[in-house]
Design a protein around this ligand. Sequence first.
Ligand code: F6P
Length: 527
Amino acid sequence: MTRTRCDRTLAWGELKADFDARGRAFNLSQAFSADTERFEAFSQSAPHVFADLSKNLIDARTQQLLLDLAGQCGLEQHRDALFDGAAINNTEQRAVMHWLLRKPPLAGVNKYSSPSFSVADQQLLEASAQVHSTLEAMLAYAQTVRDDPLITDVVNIGIGGSDLGPQMAVLALAGFAVPGKRFHFVSNVDGHELAQVLQGVKARSTLFLVASKTFTTIETMTNARSAKAWFEAQGGVDVGRHFAALTTNVAAARAFGIDTTFGFWDWVGGRYSLWSAIGLPLAIAIGAQGFRDFLAGAHAMDEHFRTAPLAQNLPVRLGLLDVWYRNFHGFTSRCIAPYHSALRRYPAYLQQLEMESNGKRVDAHGDAVPFDTSPVLWGEPGTNGQHAYFQMLHQGTDVVPVEFVAVKKPHHSLPDHHELLLANVLAQAQALMVGKSDAGGHKHFTGNRPSTFLLLEELTPASLGALIALQEHRVFVSGAVWGINSFDQWGVELGKVLAKDLHARLASGDVNGLDGSTAGLLARLQA
Ligand code: F6P
């Protein structure tokens, strides 16, 4: 696999020179005056998503240098390795194939019918067959739950990728959800969360979905044990009807006492698992056709990413812009501003996707990188953010690129709300860019603050699938340029080990060998 780390390419030096010569002083308003075609040149249609990139601090020359950078880093080869099922998660020796979960069944070819068919092809074919038989089983199960009027509450117990994806998507597609069922998401080991949900449900009408790729995560196991104990204490007996497990570790789920299981595979990363059995709450909410549409929207984006030339490839353009902002402008964060209240967990979902994938300080070989990687992602739905932190975005000392998401057609019929919402999202992007002069200082807006505008025709299963796949691939692009492994997450391990030790020490009171602060706090918590 040919991968060259960005700082070892010719283009990296050229971009540095370009930034010093022109990029630092780039002015958006001047760029629009100088180029009447700027909107067309810097906008891009991709499946289900239109993107206006024209309000970004970039021109044709910088974009070309960024594309050169992608070429010199071997982005296309790395992308091909992803879609070939190569073990690109090198620290865990795993393939990365969430895209296969949304690809229609690979059929009609086998090793006997084509002499060029390789062992790898055969493995993909077999993986695809497993994906689709599991999908069929899961969708059939989802249908039985949908058809069962006695199940009124579905409680998903999972954390990280086993929570954020399904929660975000169930909320986003609430307008498509089966009536008469409530969905709850319990992730935190903080018992307040589970206790509150249990207070509002009845054992006889609740289905618990224990979602965990590994089936070892302490938060999920603790919540699942407590939920099962509560269920039994309420007189619940039919665990088979009221508990299902979504996991790659079916044996552990069975040992836990759950026989209804839907599996997936180690080549699906936790934060990329929404398309697998982890998507069951969504499948129950929106049904088999809705879930298939969701997969199809994502697949259309996969095909765009896989085949479009880099210069017209939306995930590539977004990922390269991220590199430009992080490594040349030095911007440390990106604000995610979805102007649709149903997308309220979208910023949280993207935090895991990008920061767990690209929050790395070493490259794929384990060598420290001499440049910055993942920015901080944060945000809230508009217009709420406008009345909280947009002050800082407009007049603060840091420049924070904003990524807006707007949806053309609403899912309600209240007059004028949607027009006001759209006017606001347009106004914020405009104000960030054009600013406003005021000699007095306090009312002065510098403007020239960049933003990207993603536009969906409508928020549907297909468009949500495409939007999420777009985000997955843009994270892949920046990770590929940085030469890091975007598919492991060793950084979460240390805290888990220490928490286990401190859990025992909280019981025993032993502070031996602890640093002064942890020992002092532990003593206070024990007293
Ligand atoms: O701790 C991080 C992490 O491993 C995430 O990557 C993952 O999504 C989450 O924990 C939950 O893991 P699991 O699905 O195995 O319970």
